[in-house]
Write a protein that binds this ligand. Structure first.
Ligand SMILES: [Zn+2]
Length: 543
């Protein structure tokens, strides 16, 4: 019998001589994520594509073919993070990550040290503080004034939905006791009505707009830094959740310069001039950069109580969150997108935001369809609304580590009834709704192994709680792997070229130091990437 590639070659009219492989991976433990051929020992690559998958592909070896014996090492498809922020990660890699800092004093010490290294008046910026690390009390401007009164300081909360400014920054932004809350934002005030320094959601813009913008060279450097980190961590694809014109230009240049070790599927950041231009001229589709979607933001986040709920927060009865985009606007954009071949990806965390987005999408989609609109986060869903996803072929783009980060306080924010529809992946899967996974880095850490682990354990890194949080909503380990590969590809219209190890797809795959499908769960986050192959090239190898 002819090898499958020869058959394919005949079918495609390619001369058989062209079908010797450039290299063959042999003696490997391959999990293909192709249900038709789940396991294999060998895969063959020619140029940037996989040409054959099987147990013995030696018939494809010509005199120039490299044969790579992996001695039983595990191979999986390159992982796809379906929702992340590459520039944010790049910025973080250039500064200190405040995520695990447990006291305000330690953050103040960091700010003091940053300030000491910069000329007077220059901004100190930072990311990822989290007041739940120190018992939940929001910090204040005064904490930063004590160490850096001579310059503006602005530190973004871990979820990106709140910022912490010092007095100098508040003054530069023109924020006084009389400043009203901007639409979609909140200036947190003390009992005397004085701004405390905490700005929620769109109120951050008052200060943010005063921070000098990054230069193009900085943007390019940060994107390159982030992409290299992704390659090191085993990501071959990232869906960048909201890009600017400069970001796209930087991507195009990095790709042209041959410096870019990652495939990016970029969502246009919001309903602005860039979106209107794209809507006019249509999607941009390439091997390394694709632009065929718009990112909208329906509400805030749960951690800063900005997620839009129908009923008030269980732990803050005066607050039910903030809608940031109206149903009418989402529907209007959804109609344009559907007509012009674009997907819509809308951030929705609270049950009110999710229903609003679903209503807007269904009005534009009108039932089952092939438009692949997505809800980003899809975090707190009223139980009857899950069906609306299925009825309108809407994709859930979730982040499994959000569940395990938020489980410490999510039930307190939501109460027992609402939490039943929160981070409820099994409810999506049971209805046949595609679930793409991601990290939302730099909100969470970019290592996809953490997301794989969280998806099928719903436990923290110490294995708590013992059965997993809301254990009935766990994915299986196989579903977890699919959510980080094939479902991400599907959510981008790319399942024919990415997401599994199959002939005809890009040769994007990983060599791991342990077997991701059988290793004890607690060991999984420590799995290391031995090699990341992108289009048949090793873009990362363990030194
Ligand atoms: Zn995000």
């Amino acid at each position: 019998m002819l090898p499958i590639v020869a058959l394919l070659a005949v079918a495609l009219g390619i001369p058989a001589a062209a079908q010797t492989a450039d290299f063959i991976i042999e003696n490997a433990n391959i999990y293909t994520v192709n249900p038709g051929q789940p396991k294999a020992r060998s895969l063959a690559v020619k140029a940037d594509k996989i040409v054959a998958v099987g147990n013995d592909l030696s018939s494809l070896a010509g005199p120039q073919t490299r044969r790579i014996n992996l001695h039983g090492a595990t191979v999986i498809p390159g992982l796809i993070d379906a929702h992340a922020h590459l520039r944010g990660l790049g910025g973080l890699l250039e500064s200190r990550d405040l995520r695990h800092v447990a006291t305000i004093a330690e953050i103040a010490a960091y700010v003091q040290q940053q300030a000491a290294g910069k000329p007077a008046g220059e901004w100190v910026i930072g990311r990822n503080w989290d007041q739940t690390n120190w018992g939940g009390k929001f910090p204040a401007a005064a904490d930063l004034d004590a160490v850096a009164a001579d310059r503006p300081v602005f530190l973004t909360r871990v979820d990106g939905h709140a910022g912490w400014a010092n007095t100098r920054a508040l003054t530069l932004a023109g924020i006084t006791n009389q400043t009203p809350d901007p639409p979609g934002g909140k200036i947190v005030r003390d009992a005397q009505g004085k701004a405390t320094g905490i700005l929620v959601d769109r109120a951050q813009g008052l200060v943010r707009s005063k921070i000098p913008p990054s230069t193009f060279a900085q943007i390019k450097r940060q994107l390159e830094l982030a992409a290299r980190e992704c390659a090191r961590l085993g990501l071959t694809g990232v869906h960048d959740a909201g890009v600017s014109r400069d970001d796209l230009q930087a991507y195009r240049e990095l790709i042209r310069e041959g410096k870019f070790p990652l495939r990016v599927w970029a969502m246009i950041g919001g309903d602005g001039p860039l979106w209107r231009e794209f809507a006019e001229r249509g999607p941009e589709i390439g091997d390394f950069l694709t632009v065929r979607s718009i990112k909208l933001v329906a509400d805030g986040a749960l951690g800063s109580r900005g997620a839009a709920l129908w009923q008030p927060y269980s732990d803050d009865k005066s607050n039910s969150g903030l809608m940031l985009t109206s149903r009418e606007d989402i529907e209007r954009i959804a109609r344009v997108a559907a007509a012009k071949g674009f997907q819509v990806c809308t951030h929705a965390i609270g049950d009110r935001a999710n229903r609003t987005v679903l209503d807007a999408y269904s009005a534009a989609l009108g039932g089952k369809n092939e438009k692949r609109f997505r809800v980003e986060h899809a975090q707190v869903i009223s139980l009857p609304d899950f069906k609306t996803f299925a009825d309108n072929s809407i994709i859930a783009s979730v982040q499994s580590t959000h569940a395990t980060s938020d489980m410490r306080w999510a039930a307190a924010r939501l109460g027992p009834d609402r939490v039943a529809g929160a981070y409820a992946w099994r409810r999506f899967l049971n209805l046949g709704i595609p679930v793409a996974n991601g990290s939302d880095f730099p909100v969470e850490e970019p290592n996809p192994m953490l997301g794989l682990y969280a998806a099928f354990t719903r436990q923290d890194a110490q294995g708590q709680p013992p059965q997993g949080w809301m254990a009935d909503q766990k994915m299986t380990r196989q579903e977890a792997l699919e959510s980080w590969t094939l479902s991400g590809a599907y959510a981008a219209f790319e399942e024919k070229v990415k997401g599994s190890i199959e002939p005809g797809k890009f040769a994007d795959f990983l060599v791991l130091d342990r077997d991701v499908m059988t290793v004890p769960p607690l060991e999984l986050p420590a799995i290391r990437i031995k090699a990341t192959y992108l289009g048949g090239k090793a873009v990362y190898q363990t030194p």
